[in-house]
Design a protein around this ligand. Structure first.
Ligand code: PHE
Length: 464
């Protein structure tokens, strides 16, 4: 006996849940620091181009496949490839997605767990003490907090518990409900922080840095990094959008939804930059361009502002909310695989998969202690392969997502017939004037661009 398949209550439910998946540590943590590393303006423009020309078309492709088949990635590829060239072999892309979900969640949840600890530290006043001296906070973060195995495991397990709890209650009752509460709250906190940053003296400089492109500083590496990040931040290449798309009704427009989700994701990434750069510019501290700004630099600045303790708490709460709606989508990909392919009930699927990933993630949590830990913390970092944590991250971000995205683009652009994709995209949308543009992007631009990432990773590895 199989349970009825879940569905979103409506358009808003889907948009909020999918936007929740997209907005996460990628936006609030990774994007600001890679923007800083790549000198702002020109990088931001390239990134926006990558989202529009590569991200949006692939997101449309994923949602299209999900809605068409009403199945998660493995089943969706199986069903759609049945009578096409390549046949059953295409389901491998679905398997890769499940593997990516598993892998990413096992380390993402560790970092997400830090936000619980920092919110708590901010609320009990401890963070204000630590943050009064950047050296003290840096030392606390690197040598005490990360090095403490029990703490790393505790917060990871807590975060996985929250994630599993949400997915356990299903599409409408769990995932959508959480997104409907957290997303508006997240937006609200962000707006407060943006308004706050406009009052700081570093605001003008932050805007200039972000929106005045200087193309002379742009390198090939930056372009590839912008492309790779577009993938990660839009949750593409592993079937998260495909899975969420499998719960939508036939009566609404897929292209419009993909544009809205991508727009919101980009908007929030830029808001995060405005907040962080204003804060950093306002103080005179030297920012070490590293992945740990979020947990070592930001609190030391916020604490100096009026109401700093509370701002810090709000700030980490915000990051935790954003991360939770992302981890939920990662677990949903893995769970829905067990539901659709193995015939498990949702409860069994979420509890089993949630526990297995939690246990696996403990290895990541424990790998942070001591040696070289800080340098391995680099979400979607190209260069870091240190420790279990770094390896997971390296594999997922440099291999699984780009390869998955590349194959999704090939499949929808070249293997499926235009009649099929056009029909699915026009359902709930009406005649699609932009179909030709989408088709061109998904057939040529996306595979070439994503192919370039893959080639660069291969070359980069060889020449290391
Ligand atoms: N998009 C999320 C972020 O930016 C991460 C993520 C990747 C979530 C892939 C789901 C799937 O943090």
């Amino acid at each position: 006996m199989t349970e009825p398949r879940g569905q979103w209550s409506g358009r808003l439910g889907f948009i909020l849940a999918a936007t929740g998946s997209a907005i996460g540590l990628g936006n609030l943590w990774k994007f600001p620091y890679i923007t800083l590393e790549n000198n702002g303006g020109a990088f931001v423009l390239v990134y926006i181009g990558a989202v529009a020309l590569v991200g949006v078309p692939i997101m449309i492709a994923e949602i299209l496949m999900g809605r068409r088949t009403q199945m998660s990635p493995v089943g969706a590829f199986k069903a759609m490839a049945a009578d096409r060239p390549g046949g059953a072999a295409w389901q491998g892309v679905g398997w890769l997605g499940v593997l990516a979900g598993f892998t990413i969640l096992s380390y993402y949840s560790v970092v997400a767990g830090w936000t619980i600890h920092y919110t708590w530290l901010a609320l009990n006043g401890h963070l204000s003490e630590l943050a009064s001296d950047p050296a003290v906070l840096g030392n606390y973060f690197g040598n005490e907090f990360l090095a403490s195995g029990p703490q790393q495991v505790l917060y990871h397990v807590l975060f996985m518990g929250l994630t599993t709890g949400a997915v356990f209650f299903g599409v409408k009752g769990g995932i959508e409900r959480v997104a409907k509460i957290l997303m508006p709250l997240l937006f609200f906190i962000l707006v407060i922080l943006v308004i706050y940053s406009t009052t700081t003296s570093g605001f003008g400089e932050a805007i200039r840095f972000l929106f005045h492109p200087d193309f002379s500083t742009l390198t090939t590496g930056s372009v590839l990094e912008a492309l790779g990040h577009a993938f990660f931040t839009l949750s593409l290449g592993m079937g998260a959008m495909l899975t969420y798309g499998s719960y939508i009704g036939r009566d609404f427009s897929i292209p419009k939804a993909a544009l809205q989700i991508s727009f919101l994701d980009t908007l929030i990434a830029l808001m995060a930059c405005i907040i962080m750069f204003s804060i950093i510019n306002t103080s005179n501290i030297e920012v070490n361009k590293s992945a740990t700004i979020l947990f070592t630099t930001i609190p030391t600045v916020l604490v100096k502002l009026p109401g700093g303790g509370l701002l810090n708490a709000l700030f980490y709460l915000l990051i935790g909310f954003a991360a939770l709606t992302s981890t939920i989508s990662l677990l949903e990909v893995v769970s829905s695989f067990a539901i659709d392919e193995l015939g498990w009930t949702r409860h069994r699927a979420t509890l089993t998969m949630g526990s297995v990933i939690t246990v696996f993630g403990v290895l990541n949590a424990l790998s942070l202690g001591g040696h070289g830990a800080l340098s391995s913390i680099n979400l979607i970092g190209r260069e870091s392969t240190q420790g279990v944590f770094g390896t997971m991250d390296y594999l997922a971000s440099n291999w699984f997502l780009p390869v998955g995205g590349f194959l999704i683009a090939l499949f929808c652009g070249w293997v499926l017939s235009k009649a099929t994709t056009r029909q699915e995209l026009e359902e709930g949308h009406g005649t699609m004037a932009g179909y030709g543009i989408w088709s061109f992007l998904i057939r040529f631009v996306s595979p070439l661009a994503v192919g370039a990432i893959i080639v660069s990773v291969i070359l980069g590895k060889e020449y290391q």
